[in-house]
Design a protein around this ligand. Structure first.
Ligand SMILES: Nc1ncnc2c1ncn2[C@@H]1O[C@H](COP(=O)(O)OP(=O)(O)OP(=O)(O)O)[C@@H](O)[C@H]1O
Ligand SMILES: [Mg+2]
Length: 381
């Protein structure tokens, strides 16, 4: 439908902010969402996602800053004059109209007489051609949700805003609809800005994710980049699980930072350390649970040299089929989480067993130790 190099569907926020009395819901924010991309605003309840979206739609007046769509400054335009449509969590279809008429609504309101071809194309896009004559209450939640998307897309917006559109669906349907929405976005090629508090949802669907925390974008990047290279403990904990060891910089050795933790040494690539890495500096050494191997202490001699290693004792284990999730108590970190893929299970790895945890130093990241290692843990739960 639209050309990916056409910049008219770019969303550009410049210094946009929203305060309610003394409370700041959104701190001054600069953000560009490129035309044709699937962008997610991710964060816990109350962090300012809906407020940001409503300022793009024109439903909320920014306290300061501007909104551009392509080259056009739309800050002063009312919602209906912006080439933007919104799908909300409660997508309230018109109950007395059938699906065809629900989708046709926007066209009829603009006085168009021959709507059949466009409506049918839209219904095909969301795979509801067969359901055209049904009333909304005769459809499943996921089907109703797709009607809401079709009803918005038929207006040919340059940007589609989605505010937790899958919130009312059960988990299985949610997963299905995530893939479905992604397919629709790829097919129509317009800019989608999707708001969610579900990290898996944001990662599955979006090209770019902005992680919001207390009215600010804490980090922005591709899902893989955010997961592998979090720059704050909040992002590291909000997107998946992270283990942190508090360590002290011992020396810098070429591209590597050598750290002291407990009695041992850990190695971290200098390029993955966002903390000041001068000797004596404090660093939170981070490693994801799936990057770690667990070896029974009796076999410690078999661990290849050059791996980061710490010792500990298994406190808990839960077998979940594809993997076993261990909680290990270590002198350098209590509650260390390790996910071991279910290939060959060592029957000795049970609670109480003494173990060595080891991983490739390249899989380590380093964060400034001045922040709370548990930031974002509660919010992600
Ligand atoms: N009209 C208002 N007056 C005062 N405070 C408001 C108003 N609207 C929103 N807020 C506050 O602004 C903050 C951000 O609200 P917002 O709706 O953007 O959060 P959200 O990230 O969408 O959260 P959720 O995931 O729960 O929908 C909240 O603390 C909220 O209480
Ligand atoms: Mg909201």
């Amino acid at each position: 439908m639209t050309n990916k190099t056409d910049p008219s569907g770019d969303v550009r926020l410049t210094g946009i902010a929203k305060t309610y009395g003394a409370f700041t819901a959104v701190h001054p924010l600069d953000l560009t969402v490129p035309q044709g991309s699937f962008f997610a605003l991710l964060g816990a309840s109350g962090c300012g996602k809906t407020t940001t979206l409503r300022m793009i739609a024109g439903l909320e007046e920014p306290t300061r800053g501007t909104v551009h769509l392509g080259d056009q400054d739309v800050t002063a335009l009312p919602p209906y004059k912006r080439p933007v449509n919104t799908v909300f969590q409660s997508y309230a279809l018109f109950p007395h109209l059938n699906i065809f008429e629900n989708v046709a609504f926007g066209l009829r309101r603009r006085g168009l007489k021959s709507v059949k071809k466009q409506v049918e194309e839209m219904l095909d896009l969301v795979q509801l051609g067969e359901q055209a004559r049904k009333k909304p209450h005769q459809l499943s939640g996921g089907q109703q949700q797709r009607v809401a998307v079709a009803r918005a897309l038929i207006n040919h917006p340059k940007v589609l805003l989605l505010d937790e559109p899958l919130g009312a669906l059960d988990l299985k349907l949610r997963r299905q609809m995530q893939l479905e929405l992604k397919r629709i976005q790829t097919e129509v090629g317009i800019t989608f800005v999707h708001v969610t508090h579900d990290q898996e949802e944001a990662m599955t669907m979006a090209d770019t994710v902005a992680v919001m925390n207390a009215g600010r974008v804490e980090q922005l990047g591709s899902p893989a980049d955010l997961y592998e290279n979090p720059r704050t403990t909040f992002v590291a904990n909000f997107l998946g699980t992270s283990n942190f060891i508090e360590a002290e910089v011992d020396s810098k050795n070429g591209d590597e930072v050598v750290l002291k933790a407990g009695g041992g040494k850990l190695v971290l690539p200098a390029s993955r350390c966002s903390a000041p890495a001068g000797t004596g500096g404090r660093v939170l050494v981070g490693v994801r649970p799936e990057k770690i191997s667990l070896t029974h202490a009796d076999d410690a001699g078999e661990i290849p040299v050059g791996r980061n290693r710490i010792t500990g004792k298994i406190a808990d284990s839960s077998f979940i089929g594809v993997s076993t999730q261990y909680v290990v108590d270590s002198p350098v970190c209590s509650d260390f989480e390790v996910y071991a893929q279910n290939i060959d299970r060592d029957p000795r790895l049970v609670p109480g067993a003494e173990v060595v945890l080891h991983w490739n130093p390249a899989h380590t990241f380093g964060l400034d130790a001045a922040q709370d290692a548990d930031a974002g843990v509660e919010e992600a739960a």
